[in-house]
Design a protein around this ligand. Structure first.
Ligand code: 4AD
Ligand code: MG
Length: 480
């Protein structure tokens, strides 16, 4: 018999039809006469209940049906006798496809800590929390492509192996096929990179932006959606060494247009998840409320997860300049009372996550777009403002997350760009191709990068970025 997905059975009127379902056993309970099996096949957060009359089955088979085992069930879909579910399956035949030793299967039907489950990343898909998170992750990927496709953007794949350091931050993973135990040396004792695979030093990309700009200056509107790699040694709940980034780049857009695009984009994605992931978000909403019950009052969210998502969709983001933010922070209570770890003295200070969170969570209580940062703390490619001190940068800050988007209007003037590169010690020869776009038919353009995992954190309410990507990479960890 052909298998039907549990999501379809629960959603449609199959009652009194004979069906076949396949999935993994979440729990089995029952009495001498009847066994109740909760079965999940990943198509929905909801399990279907299988009712098996013990007299109709081999004792051995029923014994083999333990938490974690994979089974196939043929039976009749009937209206449920008990509460809690609308329909259930009265089993006629059960085949055990894969046993799961009850003594060693790590996921018992009880609450496991997220830390424990991270060590079992190969099996954590089988929990309610992670299956919900990864279905939401899927929905958000789809929303992203939909959004840009509907607007006529061209999806562009930028290289993963690159010779350029886009952010100029230098925190890159080197790619080589040289034998590290016997490196070819030049006369001066340094490694002869001309003998490496590509004939020069290469790295994993930290951003597809510079290449996306090349595309935008011909195709008009492009976006990338791919993996990016950063070898920063930040062991925080918001940083991964390998994460996914979405980078739209648009010819003729000003910083204002860029902000409008980013705000529309974020709202579209969140709304899409609210529309398409009802059951999963309802589950995650409840999960978060329960998790927060154990926190002191002041650390609990004022809104539930779903309230917060609706709030972001329905309200305008607060827009202010870096200078305005610094004024607010300088005169804020935590700064005056020296509660910030990094005190704000004035213009030039790099904002730490404690400052971002103050602005978003205490002062404005909504997403904030900060613009016009000092040139010294931003990348070389950002367009210089008339004041000669600030650049047309924008960061979008979200409650509970901090920075979710970073972007800017780009410097399109060749001379100013060259001067900035000199100032910031960025190699101009290496980026000859980038500079040529300013030489031939340059134009104003803007773009931004959204950290995909940070968006998923916000939408699912998960508090650690390691819990929203199937197999997280972070310092000292590349398991699975
Ligand atoms: O602010 P970032 O570094 O900006 C860029 O890379 C630009 N080239 C983007 C552009 O203008 N096209 O990174 C963009 C976003 C951040 O706002 C953050 O959400 C995310 O990427 N991000 C990370 N996410 C997870 N782990 C990390 N280590 C991250 N670093 C940045
Ligand atoms: Mg940034």
């Amino acid at each position: 018999m052909k298998r039907t997905k549990i999501s379809n059975l629960l959603g449609e009127d199959f009652v009194s039809k004979t069906v076949c379902v396949k999935g993994w056993v979440r729990t089995k309970r029952g009495s001498k006469n009847v066994a109740f099996i909760a079965l999940n096949d990943g198509s929905t957060i909801n399990n279907i209940q299988i009712v098996a009359e013990t007299s109709s089955f081999d004792e051995e088979i029923l014994k083999d049906i333990t938490t974690g085992a994979c089974i196939s069930v043929d039976g009749k879909l009937i209206e449920s006798q008990g509460g809690g579910q609308k329909v259930e399956i009265n089993a006629d035949a059960i085949t055990v496809l894969g046993l799961a030793n009850a003594d060693t299967f790590p996921l018992q039907p009880k609450r496991h800590s997220l830390e424990f489950l991270r060590e079992k990343a190969h099996l954590r898909f089988r929990t309610n929390t992670f299956s919900a998170v990864f279905r939401v992750r899927h929905a958000l990927s789809f929303a992203i492509h939909n959004f840009f496709n509907e607007k006529g953007f061209v999806y562009m794949n930028t290289p993963i192996i690159t010779g350029a350091d886009a952010e100029g931050a230098g925190e890159m993973f080197q790619v080589t096929n040289l034998d590290l135990d016997s490196l070819p040396k030049k006369e001066d004792g340094t490694t002869d990179m001309s003998q490496d695979f590509f004939g020069k030093k290469t790295n994993l990309t930290v951003s597809g932006q510079l290449e996306a700009e090349l595309g935008a200056l011909a195709l008009g509107e492009v976006y990338t959606f791919g993996p990016t790699f950063r070898a920063e040694n930040s062991n925080t709940s918001r940083h991964l060494s390998e994460f996914w980034m979405i980078e739209p780049e648009v010819a003729f857009n000003t910083l204002e247009d860029n902000m409008d695009l980013a705000e529309d984009f974020l709202k579209y994605c969140i709304k899409y998840a609210l529309d398409k992931c009802n059951d999963d978000l309802a589950f995650l909403d409840k999960r978060l409320s329960e998790e927060e019950k154990n926190l002191p009052q002041e650390q609990r969210s004022e809104m539930t997860l779903i309230e917060r998502l609706n709030f972001v969709v329905e309200n305008n983001f607060e827009r202010l300049t870096y200078r305005e933010a610094i004024d607010i922070l300088k005169n804020s209570k935590p700064n005056k009372k020296k509660k910030f770890q990094y005190l704000i003295e004035g213009f030039g200070a790099d904002l730490q996550s404690e400052h971002e969170r103050f602005l978003v969570e205490k002062k404005f209580k909504k997403p904030v777009i900060l613009t016009d940062y000092p040139k010294g703390i931003k990348a070389f490619y950002m367009k210089m403002n008339e004041d000669g001190e600030t650049v047309r940068a924008m960061d979008i800050l979200f409650p509970g997350i901090g920075e979710i988007v970073g972007g800017s209007q780009r410097e399109e003037n060749l001379d100013i760009l060259k001067a900035r590169m000199e100032e910031m010690d960025v190699d101009q020869e290496e980026l000859w191709w980038y500079l040529e776009t300013r030489e031939f038919g340059s134009c104003p353009h803007s773009g931004f990068g959204l950290g995909f995992e940070r968006l998923i954190m916000f939408v699912t309410g998960m508090k650690n970025v390691r819990d929203v990507i199937p197999f997280p990479r972070f310092p000292q960890n590349a398991d699975f």
